[in-house]
Design a binder for this molecule. Sequence first.
Ligand code: GLN
Length: 313
Amino acid sequence: QHDETWKKLHSHIDEWVTVSKTHTSEGHVASYIPELANASGDILGLCIIDIEGQTILSGDSNFRFTLQSISKVFSLILALMDNGEDVVFSKVGMEPTGDDFNSMLKLELIEPGIPFNPLINAGAIAISSLIAGNSTDEQVERILHFFRDIADNPSLSINQNVFKSESDTAHRNRSLAYFLKDNGVLDKEVDDVLRVYFSHCSIEVNCTDLARMALVLAHNGVDPIRKQRLIPRRFVQIAKTFMFTCGMYNASGEFAMNVGLPAKSGVSGSILTMVPGQYGIGIVGPALNRKGNSTAGVHLLGILSQEFDWSMF
Ligand code: GLN
């Protein structure tokens, strides 16, 4: 069955990417982080990797971009590995929200002042404070090291222009962080926690890195190519559950209905998703719909899910 899927993918992927690419015109590149506005809107690139490392690339697959919110999945996993479940879930909840990723509205509704989940900004900022390290530099270094390991790419690094651009303009994230600090959620200084958060959001990758990282989640924490366990199974289960319920912001329900795979998007127009037990998938299309997801990327995943019956339901 794998061979058949792979053959069909090979012969049709360029056509599906071309069709989906026409949907870029319906979206807009994010501009609230000024540096992201430089990306061109008509890009669409994809990478799919299978269990043996066979790779399918299509469209603008060598375009480079920053992880943005996709990084939240892996900082959550690292925080779980550093602290265990009890500590992590004393700082963030497990419930999806129907709000924008940077929502302030529902921040205080769960327990006394802890964010609903680790994939909204408030939750991810709380998670950033939990990464082990004796200094902010060490926390950032550990994150980079971990991400490089999962992506099997020792050259991953932080895009300093994006980091600075976000850091200089992040008034809302700053206010979310102060709110968390006031509620006793952050043990560290706001500026230090935000530096960790902006750093992991600014890690630069391409579609192949995304697909490679997704492949490890698709195989429950084992990299099937290096045949090495990188993440305990339980923490991958937690991460994938959040991806399924909250990974596409307030379009997570619609995405679950139309695609039916665990996924995480970022405002760079990136989407990391997977076919559990099989493929890792990385997509980038910087033009976003109103809910902050790649218009062309979501369209392309709709086609793939339908063609191969990939929905988990
Ligand atoms: N760094 C971005 C922010 O905090 C990440 C948001 C996103 O990708 N949705 O605004």
